[in-house]
Design a binder for this molecule. Sequence first.
Ligand SMILES: *[C@@H]1O[C@H](CO)[C@@H](O)[C@H](O)[C@H]1NC(C)=O
Ligand SMILES: *[C@@H]1O[C@H](CO)[C@@H](O)[C@H](O)[C@H]1NC(C)=O
Ligand SMILES: *[C@@H]1O[C@H](CO)[C@@H](O)[C@H](O)[C@H]1NC(C)=O
Ligand SMILES: *[C@@H]1O[C@H](CO)[C@@H](O)[C@H](O)[C@H]1NC(C)=O
Length: 404
Amino acid sequence: MAVTVMAAAVLALLLLSSSGPLGPRLLSASPPEPVGLTLLDCATEKGAVCLDGTPAGYHLQRGASSGSRSWLIHLEGGAWCNTVERCSNRTNSMLGSSNYMKPLQFAGSGILDSNQQLNPDFYNWNKVYVRYCDGGSFSGDAEGRAQDGSTLHFRGLHIYEAVIDALMEKGLANATQALLTGCSAGGLATLLHCDGFSARFTQEVSVKCLADAGFFLDAKDISGERSFRSVFDGVVQLQNVREVLSKDCLANKEPTKCLYPAELIKSIHTPVFILNSGYDPSQIRNILVPGSSDPDKSWLSCKENIQNCNSTQIQVLDGFRNAMLNDLKVVEEKEDWGMFIDSCFTHCQALYGISWNSPISPRLKNKTIAEAVGDWYFGRRQVVKYIDCEYPCNPTCSSLLPSP
Ligand SMILES: *[C@@H]1O[C@H](CO)[C@@H](O)[C@H](O)[C@H]1NC(C)=O
Ligand SMILES: *[C@@H]1O[C@H](CO)[C@@H](O)[C@H](O)[C@H]1NC(C)=O
Ligand SMILES: *[C@@H]1O[C@H](CO)[C@@H](O)[C@H](O)[C@H]1NC(C)=O
Ligand SMILES: *[C@@H]1O[C@H](CO)[C@@H](O)[C@H](O)[C@H]1NC(C)=O
């Protein structure tokens, strides 16, 4: 009974909180305090600045008791900016300037929640939410010029490094266990930085990475074009993304190709958990059926809600999911890795209490995402690699799950 009331409360909050077009927004709940924003010291000297040159920042909630030496670091998502114009636009928002960032509420936010019932494995860890204000998945290193003559700073790589340095001084250096995570563009960033993050610690420290909704495919859209490539191409060129890409991959392939998770996972040595829907609304809208591929807008209602898709459209979506499963075959061979590839129409599932661990969370083998990730992280089961059946076979897929 109590659980149901809780779920209803979470639901109501979910419906009240608006999620912007650029990425997930944290939910707000009443009692706990919002977590303040910490701006980086000497950000300018370190080059750790947002697109507009303001210092980058993060939100740190201290862990307690058994979690005081455990650290979870979440890299925020919010798509990418691949042109000077789009990056300039971001300088007027929290995705490009810390002038617009406010304290954040962690309650209701799944893996970040400090409520033990809602988040049994990570509730008392030190938790960090790193703000995304570079537009390049925390990986660029370049400078540009906006049309009005002002400088655009593409310094995601410096932001990431400076934040980790700052956290090291605040206790991360003494961690016994750590988890790097992030969703969407932050899920991609998680893959890009996973081995580098792990390399910061000694062998005795348990370090793993959870990439949520970051498994972007290099797939053709419904008109047969690889239109999404231009986004990654733009990010790689404009923001000079190289440092974080695999040397092996760069020796054989174009840099843009090396930014895709299918390539990245081949060279990662740290244990990774891939969490993604096979019918991720963000990928359906931006990769499979971008506006340019559907000029008469016949997919509009299907992209809005998978329940509106007709049988022909579902077949196309199934094909996209199959391509994802094909790219994920690499994971089957990797010991210590995990995955949860459900068939629910939802994006960023670790960051919302409702999808992470609630009575209406997606389940695979009767496990919620929170249970599956915990089982994998703590080695409670030998193999945690769950793949759902095709849509709409999973009865636990609720239409109330967020699809920002
Ligand atoms: C930049 O922002 C303006 C005003 O919000 C908008 O009209 C324009 O389409 C945006 N440009 C890009 C490239 O996003
Ligand atoms: C790490 O632990 C040692 C020993 O307890 C302590 O002296 C040091 O200040 C800690 N370092 C950080 C960064 O918390
Ligand atoms: C499904 O919708 C698409 C786009 O509107 C249309 O081209 C197709 O004929 C429809 N298929 C069925 C089986 O209704
Ligand atoms: C599924 O898990 C729940 C607890 O999370 C349990 O109550 C239920 O009995 C399980 N169902 C099956 C079919 O195993």
